[in-house]
Ligand binder design. Structure first.
Ligand code: G3P
Ligand code: CA
Length: 378
């Protein structure tokens, strides 16, 4: 496995901004009021979130172009596969549970409209709004601009209670939005930083670049900074990657774990915390995919009820009844197998750890608190 960059002795700094990716989505269901409220409470500078269009032209807050992963649409609308967001009216979307998939304590969370999102934010935090998948949401940029014109507090320079940035992977959608509301900063979300003259041209009207942290090379970061654009990579979910991004000169980071990032930026660094167990390694190859947990404390640690989430917030259990001795390890397998004193199997038959681009892992105690964060790049 390619290790994450470990740049060494960079001291924590507090200059970079914290963007809560889909809210505080490492601890609450993404893009829900629960995740947004948590991110605000944790002190995030921006909420990053995704907007699409319903069948009846309402602006709704959801990431995937289908409802299958983050709602109960498969059961609520069993005969409407593939559950494309844009095939459902707002009234139909409002009937869905957008939190129960993450944890029963979040059942009852609803898909928010864009207006509801703005009301919730209420000037308490900045907004980094992604125009999600304009190809399947035609007219999205114009619809967002039109709605913002009716929410003038968000678009009039000097009147904004908090900053607003509108981003997209789709350059044409960004141009469409920029044409409508040229005073609102826009950001280009990308896997790779555009080359040479292309980047210089974009710098004339685009405020920031959001590159994939897994593909960001130091020379790319230098080029972004040299053309005067802000550098805000996604999705940066481990202390090693946070320090790497800071080393590259990032102005901010988009993360699923805003409280832990803010801790690091303010020199506190409670992750990995005092629970004594760290994620030592992730072997992502099926069918033997597993995580190695190591007890780095001098006390036995009972990990009953602990669990792991991947970057998509899917969850596997660590193993009830396991006590890791000091210095000892526990291998947590995704798939089936025979358990023993140092090996626990979740018995799943589908993949869990991303084996294409890389992934990140959050290790949670039974009460949900984060014990450790880990990322790998392929
Ligand atoms: O803002 C960048 C990031 O949100 C893009 O990735 O797929 O999470 O929307 P995604
Ligand atoms: Ca996004």
């Amino acid at each position: 496995m390619a290790p994450v960059p470990r740049p060494g002795a960079t001291p924590p700094v507090s200059r970079a901004a914290t963007y809560a990716h889909r809210g505080s989505s490492g601890l609450a269901p993404e893009n829900t009021a629960a995740a947004f409220e948590l991110a605000i409470a944790e002190g995030a500078d921006y909420i990053e979130t995704d907007v699409q269009l319903s069948a009846d032209g309402e602006l709704v807050i959801i990431h995937d172009v289908t409802l299958a992963r983050t709602t109960d649409a498969r059961t609520a609308y069993a005969y409407r596969a593939p559950w494309n967001v844009h095939d459902f009216t707002l009234a139909e979307l409002k009937k869905l549970d957008a939190g129960g998939w993450y944890g029963t304590e979040f059942s009852g969370q609803r898909i928010l409209t864009f207006d509801e999102l703005l009301d919730l934010l209420g000037g308490r935090v900045g907004l980094n709004l992604e125009l999600k998948s304009p190809a399947v949401n035609p007219g999205l940029a114009q619809a967002v601009a039109a709605r913002l014109r009716r929410r003038r507090e968000w678009i009039e320079p000097g009147a904004r209670p908090q900053p607003l940035i509108v981003g997209s992977f789709d350059e044409q959608a960004l141009r469409d939005f920029h044409t409508q509301l040229p005073d609102v900063p826009v950001s280009l979300i990308t896997y790779d930083v555009p080359e040479g003259g292309k980047l210089t041209g974009l710098a004339g009207w685009i405020f920031s670049v959001n590159p994939d942290i897994r593909r960001l090379r130091p020379e790319d970061a230098v080029r972004v900074i040299e053309v005067g654009m802000a550098l805000v990579p996604w999705t940066v979910d481990s202390p090693e990657l946070w320090r790497w991004a800071l080393d590259l000169g990032a102005d901010g980071m988009i993360t699923n774990y805003p409280y832990a990032l803010r801790d690091m930026l303010h020199g506190r660094g409670r992750v990995p915390g005092a629970a004594g167990v760290v994620i030592e390694d992730i072997s992502y190859h099926s069918p033997d995919a597993h995580v190695v947990l190591r007890n780095v404390s001098d006390q036995p640690v009972d990990v009953s009820g602990w669990y792991l989430r991947n970057q998509a917030s899917d969850r596997i259990e660590v193993g009830a009844g396991y006590v890791i001795p000091p210095g000892g390890l526990l291998r947590v397998h995704t798939g089936p197998g025979t358990d023993d004193a140092t090996t626990y199997h979740n018995g799943r038959t589908t993949g869990f750890w991303n084996s294409t681009n890389g992934d990140s892992a959050g290790l949670h105690r039974a009460d949900g608190a984060i014990v450790d964060l880990y990322a790998y790049i392929i």
